[in-house]
Design a protein around this ligand. Structure first.
Ligand code: BT5
Length: 257
């Protein structure tokens, strides 16, 4: 087997999932796994189909930002067809699955910065992007995109405060093992959400953002407050200086001293 191989044949060998990752669209290099997944979803791809790429040449972050995704890392998009009420919870599904796998496979402790960054020692190791489309009031498709830095030279990206698993460990990591674990954990948390089981309590235990004063930029509005908790959809409950509690779906959080 090729070192660090994540070909469909290797991924399927011994894969324990029921449907996540059972159908694989694998590309050596594409602009973005999100774009391919979107195309496949529109063409009727079955739930659980994944798109993986060795390299993305136009990886996407939120709000038009980019995601660096050179060869040797993980770039994955998962196509699912959840209910409307499950949509806000997909971000929690993705980040819980990722932190569990990082810990299981490497022993490193990963934390979540609300709403979608995964950090090790305060540096970003993984980014998550979820996209969806509705049709006649229900979800046509949803895509969970996950990028994990396995072997990224973070010193070449001083502007990002990024890190990678190999850098943190000081030795190689099995991308294949991590990816297989991720497919299993994504299925486990997604099925929990589908059954209506709350996962926000587990999620909030991993959030570095809570119990801190934060500056939040959301939909062009900046405000400061105390990050008290999250609700069952993962929305942040922010206590404003005037005592009012506000519920925020997504945004950029900066921890204040
Ligand atoms: C994210 O956006 O963190 C979501 C990234 C999702 C990437 C996955 S990879 C598979 C799938 N296919 C895609 O095209 N996308 C998804 P955001 O919160 O907007 O953060 C983006 C910011 O993170 C950038 O503006 C940089 O500052 C920083 N950044 C870019 N590449 C990075 C990397 N490899 N590691 C750490 N930080 C990075």
């Amino acid at each position: 087997m090729v070192k660090n191989d994540i070909s469909p044949a290797s991924l399927l060998e011994g894969l324990s999932t029921e449907f996540v990752g059972r159908r694989i669209l694998y590309y050596p290099a594409i602009p973005s796994t999100m774009n391919e997944a979107k195309r496949a979803a529109r063409e009727g791809a079955v739930e659980g189909t994944i798109v993986i790429a060795e390299q993305q040449t136009g990886g996407r972050g939120r709000l038009g930002r980019g995601w660096l995704s050179p060869p040797g890392n993980i770039a994955l998009s998962l196509i699912i067809r959840p209910g409307l009420e499950q949509l806000p919870r997909l971000n929690m599904v993705a980040s819980l699955a990722t932190v569990h796998c990082i810990e299981k496979v490497t022993g490193l402790k990963a934390e979540i910065k609300w709403p979608n960054d995964i950090l090790i020692g305060g540096k970003k190791i993984c980014g998550i992007l979820t996209e969806s489309a509705l049709r006649k009031g229900s979800v046509d498709w949803a895509i969970i995109g996950i990028g994990i830095n396995i072997d990224l030279d973070a010193s070449s990206l001083p502007e990002f405060a990024a890190t990678s698993l190999c850098y943190e460990l000081g030795h190689e990591v099995s991308r294949l093992e991590l990816l297989k674990c991720l497919l299993g954990e994504l299925e486990r948390f997604y099925l929990a959400v589908r059954r209506g089981e709350p996962i926000h309590e587990q999620w909030q235990k991993r959030l570095v953002t809570l119990g801190k004063t934060v500056r939040l930029k959301s939909a062009g509005v900046v405000e400061e407050g105390y990050a008290e908790a999250v609700d069952e959809d993962g929305y942040l409950l922010l206590r404003r200086p005037d005592g009012a509690l506000t519920r925020i779906a997504a945004g950029e959080a900066t921890l204040l001293p």
